[in-house]
Each structure stands twice: as structure tokens, then as C-alpha cells.
Ligand binder design. Structure first.
Ligand code: CA
Length: 224
């Protein structure tokens, strides 16, 4: 798996390169946006780890430029705790984010989730979420004790997106688009109602979700 690391802080960049290299990733590094875009244009990359605060241009501008010619997954590194720039990055086509300071294991988990998504076949295999096994191809689900679990057509649409991207952040806009064809003019509480229904069917404790996780202000993440 080829990874492009875009980070201007040299010590952090070196740490990332060292850790990824040690785990068998083929790593290319870039210290600014211009070099990142050149690296992407010159070589096929499987995933980009992108710092949002770069010296020559904003990481957000890098995402915009990359998305003009490539669908390469982008994991954003954001120093800010506020969610506005992360939301902006996701809206422009970033796939996930990690907030600095981050734990290397957390970043690797995000990379693995992205990698799994790349390998997902057109016909997804049944996935077990908590005790419920969801078969997207057959649109059937059974509980651990063999009892069928019934989902409404809207719930299936939401599940379809989440189950195909296990562990990955899925933006509210992506889910709303899957359900309604567009995210425009839709009250965010619309989605919360369906997520609440899904939790009652999937979570052992719906009030304390462990599988269908809310990422405040951004979207949802399914942890099977
Ligand atoms: Ca930076």
C-alpha cells in the first residue's frame, strides 16, 4: 500500500514515515502542498495523510486540487480541536480525520479502515454488528439467537453505506444523500431519528452506543 505523507513539521513527518515504513507501507513524503500535488501527479498513491496547516497553501486547497483529478482516499491531520475546518475538509472530499496530537495506533486503525474499504467487493459479505449479522446482498439480518431483525427501507439505505465502510467516518451529508438523493434542505434531526431506530435494533444498550458511533458535527462511524 502506497502512502503519501504531507506534513510540514519535520519531526512529526519523520515519525510518521518511520512508523509506516516499519509496518510495510511504501511511503512518499512531502513538506508542503506543492510537493504533495507533484507526488500525486507523478505516482499512483493508495492513500494520502494530509496536514491541514501547510506553509504554502491550506490543506483544504490541496484536497480541492486533488479531487479535481483523483479519488485517492485522504486522511486529514488537524491540529485544531474545533470541527469547522474538519467539516470543510470532509465536505471537499476528505475521507477521515485524526486530531493532533494523535496516537499512532489510532492513525493506523484509520489507515486499515481505508484499506478495507478499498478492498470491499461489489458483493459485500455478511457483517456482524454487535450480535446482529447483516447481509446486505440478501437484505436480511439475524440476531445472535437466530431471530430475524427487520429494518425499514430507509434503515437499509443507511446500513448499506455504513457496513461497506466499517471503521470509517461517514459524513451526515453522505448518509442523507444515500437516503434522499441530496443532503440539501434536510433537517439534521431527520438522520438522528433513523440512527436512533438503528441503535435500538443493533446496540445491546441503545443509550450507550458502542457500534454506531456519533462523531459530533460530522457524521457517524460503524464499529462492527
Ligand atoms: Ca502544519
Amino acid at each position: 500500500m502506497r502512502v503519501l505523507v504531507v506534513e510540514d513539521e519535520a519531526p512529526l513527518r519523520r515519525a510518521l514515515v518511520m512508523n509506516l515504513d516499519a509496518r510495510g507501507f511504501a511511503v512518499t513524503e512531502a513538506a508542503d502542498g506543492a510537493h504533495a500535488l507533484t507526488a500525486l501527479a507523478d505516482h499512483q498513491q493508495d492513500v494520502v495523510i494530509l496536514d491541514l496547516g501547510l506553509p504554502d497553501m491550506s490543506g483544504v486547497d490541496v484536497i480541492r486540487s486533488v479531487r479535481a483529478f483523483a479519488t485517492t482516499p485522504i486522511i486529514v491531520l488537524s491540529a485544531r480541536s474545533g470541527s469547522a475546518d474538519k467539516v470543510h475538509a470532509l465536505d471537499l472530499g476528505a475521507d477521515d480525520y485524526v486530531t493532533k496530537p494523535f496516537n499512532m495506533d489510532e492513525l493506523l486503525a484509520r489507515l486499515r479502515a481505508t484499506n478495507r474499504r478499498l478492498q470491499v467487493a461489489d458483493e459485500p459479505v455478511p457483517t456482524t454488528v454487535g450480535t446482529v449479522t447483516v447481509d446486505l446482498a440478501a437484505t436480511t439480518a439475524i440476531d445472535g439467537d437466530g431471530a430475524p431483525v427487520h429494518f425499514t427501507p430507509t434503515e437499509w439505505k443507511i446500513l448499506d453505506v455504513l457496513v461497506r465502510r466499517p471503521g470509517s467516518l461517514v459524513s451526515s451529508d453522505t448518509l442523507l444523500t444515500a437516503v434522499r438523493g441530496s443532503a440539501e434542505h434536510t433537517d439534521p434531526s431527520y438522520l438522528r431519528i433513523y440512527v436512533g431506530q438503528l441503535r435500538r435494533k443493533l446496540e445491546p444498550e441503545p443509550g450507550r452506543p458502542r457500534h454506531l458511533i456519533t462523531e459530533p458535527g460530522m457524521g457517524y462511524r460503524l464499529r462492527p
